[in-house]
Write a protein that binds this ligand. Structure first.
Ligand SMILES: [Fe+2]
Ligand SMILES: [Fe+2]
Length: 217
C-alpha cells in the first residue's frame, strides 16, 4: 500500500490546481489563447475530479467519525464546492479569449484557496487524529481510485460513458450515483494484486496460434 496519507494526497492535488492556475496565468500574460484554453481545461477537470473524490470519500468519513462537528464541516465544504461548480458551469458557455472567462477562472480560484486551506488546516488533521494512519492511507487509496476513474477530459467520441461525457455532466451527477459507480470497480488492493500477477505474465502468441492450428487439424 502506498504510504501517502489522505492529507498528503489532498494537499498534492491542491498544489496541482495552483500550478495549473499559474500556467494559465502565464499563458494569458503571453497572449497565447490556445495555451490558456489547454491549461484552463486541465485546471477545471482537476478541480472537478478532486471535488468529486472528496464528496465521495472524504466528507462521508468526516460525517462518520467527527460527529456533529463533522456533519457541519462537510455541509459547509459541499456548499463551497457548489459555488465552485456554478463558476465552472458558467465557464462552459464562455470562450477563453473573453475577459469574462479569465474573470470566472479567478473566481474559481478565489473560492478554492480558502476552502482548500480549511481542509488542510482543520478538516483533515481533525479526521486523521480520529481515524489513525492506516485508515488515512486507505482513504487516500480510495480517493485516488475515484480520481483515476474520472477522465481527465471529456470524451466526445464516447457519449455513452456515463455519467461523465462533459464537465457539466460530471458535476451534475449526484454523489450517491457516483459513489455506486465507483464501488462497482475493483478496489485499489484488488488492482494491486492483479498488477502483481501481471509482472509474471507472458502470453506467447506464436505458440498459442500454433497449438490452435495443430488442434484444428
Ligand atoms: Fe474541497
Ligand atoms: Fe480539497
Amino acid at each position: 500500500m502506498s504510504s501517502k496519507t489522505l492529507f498528503q494526497a489532498i494537499k498534492e492535488d491542491h498544489e496541482e490546481m495552483y500550478l495549473y492556475h499559474d500556467e494559465y496565468k502565464r499563458a494569458r500574460t503571453a497572449g497565447d489563447v490556445d495555451a490558456q484554453a489547454r491549461w484552463a481545461r486541465q485546471l477545471t477537470w482537476e478541480v472537478a475530479r478532486h471535488a468529486v473524490g472528496e464528496e465521495i470519500v472524504v466528507y462521508p468519513l468526516m460525517e462518520k467519525h467527527l460527529g456533529d462537528k463533522g456533519k457541519q464541516l462537510a455541509d459547509h465544504d459541499r456548499e463551497e464546492h457548489q459555488h465552485v461548480k456554478e463558476f465552472l458551469y458558467r465557464l462552459e458557455s464562455l470562450k477563453p479569449e473573453e475577459e469574462s472567462y479569465s474573470q470566472t477562472i479567478e473566481l474559481v480560484m478565489a473560492s478554492l484557496h480558502p476552502h482548500n486551506d480549511d481542509e488542510e488546516i482543520t478538516d483533515l488533521p481533525m479526521l486523521e487524529a480520529v481515524i489513525g494512519a492506516d485508515a488515512s492511507r486507505e482513504a487516500a487509496q480510495n480517493f485516488k481510485k475515484t480520481k483515476k476513474l474520472v477522465p481527465t477530459r471529456s470524451h466526445p467520441s464516447a457519449p455513452n460513458r456515463p455519467p461523465f461525457e462533459t464537465l457539466a455532466g460530471l458535476l451534475a451527477a449526484p454523489a450517491d450515483k457516483l459513489k455506486d459507480w465507483f464501488a462497482s470497480f475493483p478496489t485499489e488492493e484488488e488492482m494491486g494484486q492483479a498488477k502483481e500477477e501481471l509482472k509474471h505474465r507472458d502470453h506467447d502468441a506464436k505458440a498459442g496460434r500454433a497449438a490452435a492450428a495443430a488442434g484444428q487439424q
